[in-house]
Ligand binder design. Sequence first.
Ligand code: DGL
Length: 237
Amino acid sequence: MKIGMFDSGIGGLNVLKEFINKYPNNHYYYYGDTLNVPYGDKDKDTLLEFSSRIVNFFEEIKVDLIIIACGTVSSTCLNELRNITTIPILDIISPTINYLKKINLEKIVVLGTNRTINSHIFKNSLNNLVEVATPEFVPMLENNSIDTDIIKKYVVEFKNYDAIVLGCTHYPLLILELKKYVSSNTIMIDMGKVIVDSMNISSKDTYNLDLYFTKIDDNLRKNIEKIIKSTYKIHLV
Ligand code: DGL
């Protein structure tokens, strides 16, 4: 199967990694729009322009399935993107909402970008949660410059919560840091793991991974090496 996946930058690689672990025998195409990261502060029209371009790119490759490995685009542009292509498109947030409904925890906080949090996509489906925008996290991760004080500032008040939902696909890269400031009973919900567990796709192709980025530098190369442990080809698009 040819699977296309995209995000503003490296965040969606966390989702891709989960797919490769569970379904290795596919041809994966990943598109990271590093020239335009972060997406979390962009308006809807701009996000639609960027993400439509990516969907058109996948149409040319003729992928069988597109996965929006980005909370921001999932919360803002899903319906519009589905209207411009016949290729099936899955978003990253719906499986997490379904999962949260099933596990029925009491105190949940969702961390996400400004755009995702302001859409209230989580709160509209589940009323027992708190939504918090953490706009500094993505630039910190893309630039490899983690500021622990900023992370602490956001999470310390939720230290006794049952779960922290990583509502942006970049945030699994902060799990170890986040865990330092919360109770050992607080679970971290990774949307990449949730979507993979919710699916059952065929995996009978030969493994291949093509990574496309709109800007490539040393920082990006280092970040890819940290996340993706299988072989890949990298391209500038
Ligand atoms: N990783 C994306 C998300 O899940 C995009 C974050 C950004 O570029 O601001 O929201």
